[in-house]
Design a protein around this ligand. Structure first.
Ligand SMILES: [Zn+2]
Length: 68
């Protein structure tokens, strides 16, 4: 599993779009514009499509408060 990320055009940071998926499902996504995502980096909203997106599988995103 991985998190779909896009790059914020304002801060150039990678931000999660809030969708976790696996590689096969990611590759199978249609090339359509997705719903705007609220950007945690700049506070704006960004529209994105699959060509803007990457599947982040290397970075481990730990949820806060995890006892891990
Ligand atoms: Zn942004």
């Amino acid at each position: 599993m991985g998190a779909i990320m896009i790059r914020c055009p304002a801060t150039n940071e990678l931000i999660p779009v809030g969708i976790d998926t696996d590689k096969d499902s990611f590759l199978g996504l249609p090339e359509v514009q997705a719903a705007p995502v609220q950007c945690p980096a700049c506070g704006g909203q960004h529209t994105w499509s699959k060509k803007d997106a990457i599947l982040e599988t290397t970075m481990r995103i730990r949820s806060r408060g995890s006892s891990d």
